[in-house]
Structure formats: C-alpha cells, structure tokens
Design a binder for this molecule. Structure first.
Ligand SMILES: Nc1ncnc2c1ncn2[C@@H]1O[C@H](COP(=O)(O)OP(=O)(O)OP(=O)(O)O)[C@@H](O)[C@H]1O
Ligand SMILES: [Mg+2]
Length: 478
C-alpha cells in the first residue's frame, strides 16, 4: 500500500458504535420509527467502515445519502438531533429553507460546508486541548501567580525606548534591586499562592485579566450545532483579518484560570495540524443533515417566493454530488460527506425535486404516522419524556404530580382524536394537550408547596371539557 498523502484518520474500533448500539441509543429517546433508525445507523457505521479501507478503494466508496420522509411531528428532526450526539464525527443540521440562490440576499449553500468545517475544527481542537490540558493549566497558574505576586522586574539591561514611551507604569525605571531576603520572602509567598490556587481556595476571588475578544470556548462546539439559528458569523468574516483585540475583564479566579488555560492550550497545539486534520475529518466523516428539504421542492417557474426554490436545489446539487468548497481552513472536498435529508413531503413529493437531486438520495425511508399507542409510549418512555419534564419543573415548586394509568390512556386518546379531527401534527399534539391539562397547576404551584396531584382521566376531562366540546376552540387551543 502506498503512503497516504493526507493525514491518516485513525480507525478507533472501541469508540465506534455498531448499528445495533446506535439504534439502542436512539431508542432511548425516540419511539418506533425503526426503519429510519436502522438506515441512519447503517449509514453512520458505513462511514467508519470506509475509513478502514485501503486508500484506493476508499475513494471509490461514495456515501449512500438518505431521504427521510414522513408526516410532521413523527420524529425526523428528533432523530437528527440525537444522531448528532452519537455521531462522533463532524455533524451539522441545517434547514434547507434558510438558503437562497446565489445572487439573492441570504445564505449561500456553501456556507453549510464552512460551518461543518468549523465544527470539525472545534472538535479536533478540543481533542488536542485535552492532550495538553495539564500543561496548559499549569501555565495558566503561573500566569496568575505572576499577575498577583509579580516578581520585581528583572534589572532590565536594555529597555526598548518604544516600550518606555508606550507602556506607562511598566516603563518606570526598574525599582532598586531587592535584597536577597526580600526575594526569598517573595518566592515563599509565590509558593503559598500557588498552593492556594491549586487547592481552589481562591476560586471566587476576582482578578482582572486581559482576554482576547471573541476567544472561542468549549461552549462554541455546542452552539455550533445550533448555528443555523444565527445569521452570518461575523467572527468568521473578520476573524482572519483583524488582529485579535485584547480587553481587560474582571472574573472569578477559577474562570480566569480556565480562560488563560485555553489561551495557553492554543499556543501549545499546532494549529496547522488541527486544520489539516479537521478538513480531513469533514471530508471523510462529515454528516450534513438537511432538514425541511420538502420546502424547497418544486420546479414551478413562477414569480414570488418560489422563484429561488429550484435555484437553491441547483446550488445544493454540486455540493451533494461532490465539489470543492473554499473555507477559512482550506479547500474542502464534499464527495464523501454523508447527506441525510428529511421532509414531510405532504404537499410536494420527492419527485418534485429536480431529478439530479432525487438521484443523489437513493435510500428512502418512510417514517410512520403515530397513533394512540405510540403517544402513550412517547409520554412516558423516552428519558426526556414530556411527563418527566413537567414533573421535574413542578418539583422545583415542591409540587408532586403523578399520572395514573387511565390518565395516560386519556392523554393519548385525546391526542389521537384531536389529530384526527383537526390537523395531524403528530407527537407535537402532546405538548399542546399537556400544557392545557397542567395549566392550572402550573399557575397555582408556587402557592401550594408540598401538595400532590394525581392526573387521572377525570381530572383531564375536567380540564379539557370546554375545549373538547367545541371543535373550533380546539383548533385554536390544542
Ligand atoms: N417517535 C417519536 N418518539 C418520541 N418523541 C417524538 C417522536 N416523534 C416526535 N416526537 C416528539 O415530537 C416533537 C416533534 O418531533 P420532530 O421535531 O422530530 O418532528 P418532525 O418529524 O421533524 O416534523 P416536521 O416535519 O414538522 O419537521 C419533538 O418534541 C419530539 O420529541
Ligand atoms: Mg422537523
């Protein structure tokens, strides 16, 4: 086998989940939808399998993109969100509707690859930071000690005249050389300070440090996943051009140490290597989740808001087919990025997409509409189930809420009935119904600490009485 030209992405068998494990993981949060879960699990695993192939064969294996089709509120976006946590690969979920045709005001489709690359950089950076963590924390500690108990300036043999002019106080003539005993005292104090910082005794003491403005932190990797909600990333636009501005900030010492450690970690890792690895990772393992694809389906050549739909599809096409996108971290080839698209497709059909794009999503999985039995399970089974959320929220007011078996039956039944009578919005119906059922208790809770309530069929019926009798009213309220 020839030497690989680009950096080797290792094949870590232990951290990679098998398809079965991925499905199990998704099962913790999503009820049913087994076909969709299996499809994404296989696709995810295939990325990893491809990694293990020799280079020449690897290039031949193109990802089989997936199109998830299903009515609204049945778990498409939820699967994507959960997958993001498991993917152990650069993963970005974007809404197809957020993009506009090149030349129109809005975001161009290439920005999704730039965002994905950004996420990859953060991922690799965090891994590398982990490697130098201890060292960086030590350096940060030293900087704090220097700040709080500075050594007198070393008798400066040659003071740079500019420094004298501009650095204000620091430019004052060096103080008289301290006596040896003074030096010893200071060193002792420094040792003591170091110890106290280490043991966390000074964590809350405010200190003032110079912070690089817009220094990315660990938080960004999480917010990056929700980046679609943000507009253009100005930092991206300007970051490379403007020199980093420093700003003095007063922070608790523990926080200051964390920030300084991050700065030090940055200096310790090789940023070029990070970029190379990050780009390689996006190219080989990146996953792009294109939500709401149905909303840009349509080939009508009308005027008005539809004018750019086909245009957006035409712009997306080369990215899905494989092209090179210029990013801040270097060119990124998109050939092997996995695309998972989703959409309700109840007004438009997959066949309304331009043919080339249809062909790029060969795996079609349909999600099932949800029924009464599913609703009952969705209420209680997922680890983050709605019922648990409400229970936890009310528990903060010391109010205990229990749901009886017939109460759960009733909630599921009502959800199903309202979905049938008005519009089928899937599991989202549970949110509106539960909110209504718990409205009074949510309002009264602060005045009733220590109380307990059992939500049973009778209680639900009383709470929903007015709305259920009047279909028009339920259209608005449930
Ligand atoms: N199968 C399911 N299991 C558990 N929860 C579900 C399921 N389906 C939907 N939900 C819940 O219902 C809500 C809406 O689901 P989701 O956002 O995934 O809908 P969607 O399929 O993406 O719909 P749309 O086509 O309107 O985007 C979420 O809060 C989700 O947790
Ligand atoms: Mg959705």
């Amino acid at each position: 086998m020839s030497e690989p030209k680009s950096p080797q992405v290792t094949c870590p068998p232990l951290v990679e989940r098998t398809p079965r494990q991925i499905v199990e993981e998704l099962d913790r949060f999503i009820i049913g939808q087994d076909k969709a879960k299996r499809a994404v699990a296989v696709a995810l695993r295939n990325r990893y399998r491809r990694e293990c192939l020799p280079e020449d064969l690897r290039d031949e294996v193109v990802p089989k993109n997936i199109l998830m089709i299903g009515p609204t509120g049945v778990g498409k976006t939820e699967i994507a969100r959960r997958l993001a946590r498991l993917a152990n690969a650069p993963f970005l979920k974007v809404e197809a509707t957020k993009y506009t045709e090149v030349g129109y005001v809005g975001r161009d489709v290439e920005s999704m690859i730039r965002e994905l690359t950004e996420i990859s950089v953060r991922m690799v950076e965090l891994e590398r930071f982990e490697g130098v963590r201890e060292q960086a924390r030590e350096r940060a500690l030293e900087r704090l000690v220097d700040l709080l108990k500075p050594r007198p300036r070393e008798a400066a043999p040659m003071v740079n005249p500019l420094q004298l002019l501009f650095s204000g106080a620091a430019g004052q003539a060096p103080a008289a050389t301290p006596s040896p005993s003074e030096t010893a005292d200071l060193e002792e104090e420094r040792v003591e300070l170091r110890r106290r910082i280490r043991e966390g005794e000074l964590d809350d003491v405010p200190v003032e440090i110079e912070v690089e403005e817009g220094l990315p932190s660990e938080i960004q990797i999480f917010s990056a996943m929700g980046m679609e909600e943000m507009g253009v990333n100005f930092q991206d636009l300007l970051g490379g051009l403007l020199p980093k501005r420093k700003k003095a900030r007063r922070l608790p010492l523990s926080e200051a140490r964390r920030i300084l450690a991050l700065e030090e970690a940055r200096k310790l890792v090789d940023s070029d290597e990070v970029k190379r690895e990050a780009v390689a990772r996006v190219e080989r393992r990146g996953i792009l989740f294109l939500d709401e694809l149905d909303k840009i389906a349509g080939r009508e050549k009308g005027s008005g808001p539809d004018v750019s739909r086909e245009g957006v599809q035409r712009d997306i096409l080369p990215i899905v087919e494989g092209s090179t996108v210029a990013t801040k971290h270097g060119p990124v080839r998109t050939d092997h990025i996995l695309f998972i698209a989703a959409g309700a497709f109840h007004i438009s059909k997959p066949s309304d997409l331009i043919p080339e794009l249809q062909g790029r999503f060969p795996i079609r999985v349909e999600l099932d509409p949800l029924g009464e039995e599913d609703f009952r399970r969705i209420l209680i089974e997922p680890e983050n189930s709605l019922i648990r959320q409400y229970q936890a929220l009310l528990a903060t007011e010391e109010v205990t809420v229990e749901f009886s078996e017939d109460g759960l039956d009733e909630l599921a039944r009502v959800a199903q009935a309202v979905n049938q009578q008005t519009e089928n919005i899937g599991a989202r119906r549970l949110h509106t119904i539960l909110e209504r059922v718990l409205e009074d208790i949510s309002f009264d809770a602060p005045e009733r600490p220590g109380s307990a309530l059992t939500v049973d069929r009778a209680y639900i019926q009383t709470q929903l009485q007015d709305v259920l009798q009047d279909q028009n009213l339920s259209r608005f309220i449930l």
